[in-house]
Design a protein around this ligand. Structure first.
Ligand SMILES: NC(=O)c1ccc[n+]([C@@H]2O[C@H](COP(=O)([O-])OP(=O)(O)OC[C@H]3O[C@@H](n4cnc5c(N)ncnc54)[C@H](O)[C@@H]3O)[C@@H](O)[C@H]2O)c1
Length: 347
């Protein structure tokens, strides 16, 4: 008998990656799934070996259920998280934590009140080369950081939005390319560069008939004094691997799709490097990503539950990427620079 039982809420494409990752965990096992829609639950029974419940109370009462993984559409993370935390279950929620700060704060408060652990999936933090880059930045290898850039110039075809009820909608997705796709790289940018003091953003719905943006850009002021650029799109054919650039007074590095492709330190190392780190980019195909980095985050989350320590990418950390993206949206809507913190209930 493994130590922890995991249940998954939502039975779509990312739930399947979680099921694959969980099947490789030493400490835990998947004990069941939940989907309130009987048709979706029925079809899920063909894709998952574990029981699929349509009644939330029954699901939450599965014997040995300790941790719930939230894989519902982004704007539907809150309600199942409230139910699971009230039932005393630890929570691993898919990115973004929620689609605005009000809903995010309700989710954080419920986990705090019920004393359950909360972490948010940002699997790109666990590529070998990202960990190397993060360590070097923390050790000051690049000196004082001057600029950090995140580019997510991706492409999705018509079917991507056409076949989903929630993607690209304000309620279900919270917007478009920034909050769904760009957020992974924006999370890394914040992890490397620190907190934000202001942002000026511009977003457009340039190609697809969706409510959210399929094209966006922003100039960021970090609290440290450094500057940053962000681009994020699902309209830029054919879709290029996402990229992070970090420039400091002593050197710079570029990470592309989780792989370091450039590393230059003044007077020391100066090279273009090739590694096997990283994972397949979702630049033009959302299903291209593997489950190995999800597995790495699951392993660490279970350790933090076991040892009662702060998880990597806890709720407060995950709130920061939502805050920055909401700041970009507000800036674009008002056509002015937004100073942080700002009132997110204004739009
Ligand atoms: N980490 C990653 O790289 C990554 C990749 C893809 C998706 N995601 C995130 O995962 C989440 C789900 O995305 P997806 O691509 O799997 O979507 P999907 O549309 O394939 O699946 C969503 C599932 O949730 C179910 N559902 C809807 N409302 C529900 C409710 N109230 N209760 C329970 N189930 C409900 C749907 O029936 C469906 O099974 C999103 O937040 C998305 O941002 C993360």
């Amino acid at each position: 008998m493994k130590q922890y039982g995991i249940g998954i809420i939502g039975t779509g494409s990312i739930a399947l990656k979680h099921a694959q990752a969980i099947s490789e965990l030493k400490l835990a096992t998947l004990v069941g799934l939940y989907n309130p829609n009987s048709k979706s639950a029925e079809s899920a029974k063909n894709r998952f070996e574990e029981p699929v419940f349509t009644d939330l109370d029954e699901f939450l009462k599965i014997p040995g259920l300790d941790v719930v993984c939230i894989c519902t559409p982004s704007g539907m993370h809150l309600e199942p998280s409230l139910a699971a935390s009230k039932a005393g279950k630890h929570i691993l929620v898919e990115k973004p934590i929620e689609v605005n700060l009000e809903r995010t704060d309700q989710l954080l408060a419920s986990c705090e009140e019920n004393q359950v652990q909360l972490a948010v999936i940002f699997q790109n933090r666990f590529s070998e080369d990202y960990i190397k880059l993060k360590k070097a930045v923390a050790q000051g290898v690049f000196g004082r950081l001057l600029m950090g850039n995140a580019y997510v110039n991706w492409f999705r075809d018509d079917a991507y939005y056409g076949t989903s009820k929630w993607k690209g909608t304000l309620k279900g997705d919270g917007g478009g390319a920034l909050i769904n796709q760009g957020i992974h790289t924006i999370d890394l940018l914040l992890d490397l560069m620190g907190d934000v003091s202001a942002v000026f953003g511009q977003v457009q719905t340039a190609l697809y008939p969706i409510e959210g943006e399929d094209l966006g850009t922003a100039i960021v002021n970090f609290k440290s004094g450094a500057l940053g650029n962000i681009t994020s799109a699902t309209s830029l054919y054919p879709g290029y691997p996402e990229k992070i650039e970090v420039f400091g007074t002593e050197g710079s590095a570029i990470l592309e799709a989780g792989k370091l492709i450039s590393w230059n330190i003044k007077g020391k190392e100066s090279n273009q490097i090739i590694t096997n780190s990283g994972s397949a980019s979702g630049s033009s195909d959302p299903n291209a990503i593997g489950h190995q980095l999800h597995l790495a985050q699951w392993e660490l989350f279970l350790e933090s539950i076991k040892n009662r320590t702060k998880p990597v990418v806890d709720g407060i950390t995950a709130r920061k990427s939502v805050e920055l993206i909401r700041g970009i949206y507000l800036s674009s809507q008002r056509n002015k620079k937004i100073m942080f913190p700002f009132d997110d209930s204004l739009f």
